[in-house]
Design a protein around this ligand. Structure first.
Ligand SMILES: NC(=O)C1=CN([C@@H]2O[C@H](COP(=O)(O)OP(=O)(O)OC[C@H]3O[C@@H](n4cnc5c(N)ncnc54)[C@H](OP(=O)(O)O)[C@@H]3O)[C@@H](O)[C@H]2O)C=CC1
Ligand SMILES: O=C(CO)[C@H](O)[C@H](O)COP(=O)(O)O
Length: 480
């Protein structure tokens, strides 16, 4: 073998293959390996003339790479606790004896950030360098330019920067990749990106469900999403929703969306986001609602059985169609802002706790292109944090404050309309509940504190006494 490769990738499934083609297209020679080696042969044969080196063993693969080696692992990740071991660990274990000091191992899969921290410590101890990089954009993004969220030592990032910057999506000439922070910071931010992705998807589905119940045809709904994609809601997920609604089934001629079973899958990143939010006492009610909506959707048999037993109102939506479209647009826009406010609040909280030095403005900027949540309004989020990096909550940025003020009447009407008609809008209403709770100078938690003190002598603070001074009341006995 003459020239050594600049980059190596293990795991030639959909993401791996497309990333390889992307890296190769930027002028790098890439070595590839896959556990099932026939996949290597098929892949290389399918792309004649490209600077690809197909390898049948890991030994051959490692030897084909220039040092320090840059090895990107893109295999199935399933570990959900730092004690779990999965395919990424299996590949790392096989690689370790073959590598030299300072070689770089990158895990580009959707790994849980705590497993990334474990792997980082483990490989560092072995004299190797590790990067846990979240990659978003699906198949198309991987091929044409994803958003990449790498975590790990800044010095290792510097080595990887030329390749990562050349393959990432570009927005206004800026690559959609930055060094997120040390350790598991990159995979952590990717996890929250996915939580936000869940929120966006559920909100779009709730808008669709209202339209459907109001009697809109699938083509009408497609046209609405296509139109929305020209305005404030311009985003990849709105775009693909419009396109999905347009698609007809070749067999029946019916809209394909209406033939798809209403059971949502999920691989885990949304649930991890929920667990992490609970651990850090951060409210992410919109994202929670989105994850739970997928769970309830998957309980199809129970829902079908319950639909014949539990009653609800007959749907009767008489709102003018044009007016309804505007109202739902505003409800979706406002709820989306809340979802991002919550996700970013969680990132901020964890970043501070872990001392990761996260820059929310720069993180929002790399989500503007390449990734699944890419959207026009991420420019506004970027601006908001560039103007005030200490913003307590995205809702308080002047631009978003104004949007929430202007959209809230329609938002409230949509939640009320859906509720009165028995149409579930868990994410729209959770978002509104968050907004109203966050802006309330006084919540009913005073009564809650009284209850706690009543049954458990948990004590409370008083409005007329200094903060931190605790009181207890001798409540009457109620058990006779
Ligand atoms: N699909 C997507 O849109 C996105 C996926 N991701 C993440 O990227 C990673 C790759 O995703 P995707 O391309 O969909 O592929 P999959 O998650 O379906 O993983 C398949 C790949 O993993 C390999 N693999 C599985 N088990 C092992 C093992 N024990 N040892 C070695 N290799 C193994 C397979 O090899 P073999 O061919 O031998 O079975 C194959 O190359 C995942 O972590 C995923 O979560 C991130 C962003 C988007
Ligand atoms: O990471 C991604 C995009 O950013 C993947 O598409 C992810 O697998 C989607 O998650 P889920 O399968 O849980 O819907």
């Amino acid at each position: 073998m003459s020239k050594k490769s600049d980059f190596g990738l293990i795991g030639l499934a959909v993401m791996g293959q497309n990333l390889v083609l992307n890296v190769e297209s930027r002028g790098f020679q890439v070595s590839v390996f896959n556990r099932t080696t026939s996949v290597v042969d098929e892949f290389v044969a399918k792309h004649p003339g490209k600077a690809l080196v197909g390898c049948h063993t890991l030994e051959e693969f490692v030897q084909s790479l220039a040092t320090p080696r840059k090895i990107h692992i893109m295999v199935k990740s399933t570990a959900v606790k730092d004690t779990d071991r999965d395919a990424v660990d299996a590949v790392i274990e096989q690689l370790i004896p073959l590598l030299d000091k300072n070689d770089i191992v990158i895990d580009g899969g959707n790994s849980f950030y705590q497993t990334t921290e474990r792997r980082d410590a483990y490989l560092t101890e072995k004299g190797l360098r590790f990067i846990g990089a979240g990659v978003s954009g699906g198949e198309e993004g991987a091929r044409k330019g994803p958003s990449i969220m790498p975590g790990g030592p800044a010095s290792t990032w510097e080595v990887m920067k030329p390749i990562f910057e050349s393959i990432a999506a570009k927005v206004d000439g800026e690559p959609c990749v930055i060094h997120i922070g040390p350790g598991g910071a990159g995979h952590y931010v990717k996890m929250i990106h996915n939580g936000i992705e869940y929120g966006d998807m559920q909100l779009i589905c709730e808008a669709y469900n209202i339209f459907k119940n109001a009697g809109f045809t699938t083509d009408e709904m497609a046209a609405i999403f296509n139109e929305w994609n020209e305005g404030d809601l311009l985003s990849y997920l709105i775009q693909i929703s419009g396109k999905a609604l347009e698609q007809k089934d070749p067999e029946t001629g019916k809209p394909i969306v209406e033939l798809i079973v209403d059971k949502a899958g999920q691989k885990g990143t949304g649930q991890w986001t929920l667990l992490n939010a609970a651990e850090n006492a951060v409210v992410i009610s919109t994202i929670n609602a989105a994850v739970e909506a997928r769970i309830l959707s998957s309980q199809k048999k129970q829902r079908v059985a319950a639909s014949t037993q539990l009653t609800g109102p007959a749907v009767n939506i008489t709102t003018d169609k044009k007016e309804l479209v505007k109202k739902v647009h505003d409800a979706l826009y406002a709820s989306k802002i809340i979802s991002y406010a919550q996700g970013l609040d969680l990132i901020k909280t964890m970043g501070e706790k872990k001392n990761w030095g996260l820059d929310l403005g720069r993180i929002a900027a790399i989500w503007r292109g390449g990734c699944i949540i890419r959207a026009k309004f991420l420019n506004r989020i970027t601006d908001a944090y560039r103007t005030n990096s200490n913003l307590a909550n995205l809702m308080l940025d002047p631009f978003f404050k104004d949007v929430l003020s202007k959209t809230q009447q329609n938002w409230r009407e949509v939640v009320a309309l859906a509720t009165l008609n028995g149409i579930p809008v868990p994410a729209f209403s959770a978002s509104l509940g968050y907004y109203d709770s966050y802006r309330a100078a006084r919540l009913p938690a005073n009564l809650l504190q009284a209850q706690r003190d009543f049954f458990g002598a948990h004590t409370y603070e008083r409005t007329d006494k200094p903060e931190g001074q605790m009181f207890h009341t001798e409540w009457p006995e109620v058990i006779g």
